[in-house]
Design a protein. Structure first.
Length: 159
């Protein structure tokens, strides 16, 4: 099951990497490839690359780029701060800063939602088990941490 999910995420991530390439960018890229490089010309004579676009490649890239915003997966994050009190904003940013210095390398998100409600969540976990492991790691610093189900964008996994 995890293998299939990983393969699905990998394919979707690969599609996200291709998505930003628009038709104009593809044409410019193909033209750049067709020009001989100066260093290659001195080493090998006239070096040239021929670019052949097969089938509906440009159309598929265009469709993927339009569908880019639809690529989401159900996942989990750990909430380390949640409040709507008068000092909630300052406390949320303090919690975020404390987390970033204590646990570098783990994604952290500060979110505001009306009415004035501030939340700081961490991680991009595909499984509940991953989120539980992450939560247990941060409980000494954030004893009120709890799990949240969340719809995650596949771009969250690319950085």
């Amino acid at each position: 099951m995890r293998h299939k999910l990983f393969v699905g995420v990998f394919v979707a991530a690969l599609m996200l990497c291709v998505a930003p390439l628009r038709a104009q960018m593809l044409d410019a890229f193909k033209q750049q490839l067709a020009k001989p490089a100066a260093s290659a010309a001195t080493l090998f004579g006239q070096a040239r690359v021929t670019v052949t676009e097969h089938g509906d490649a440009a159309r598929i890239v265009s469709e993927v780029s339009r569908a880019e915003h639809k690529l989401h997966v159900e996942g989990h994050r750990v909430c380390i701060f949640s409040d709507n009190g008068p000092n909630a904003r300052e406390e949320a940013f303090a919690a975020k800063e404390l987390f970033e210095t204590t646990y570098p390398g783990i994604k952290v998100y500060a979110v505001y939602s009306p009415p004035p409600y501030f939340r700081v969540t961490i991680g991009n976990c595909l499984t509940r088990e991953e989120a539980i492991i992450l939560m247990n790691k941060v409980l000494p610093t954030f004893p009120k941490a709890y799990l949240m189900s969340e719809r995650l964008s596949l771009s969250d996994f690319l950085d």
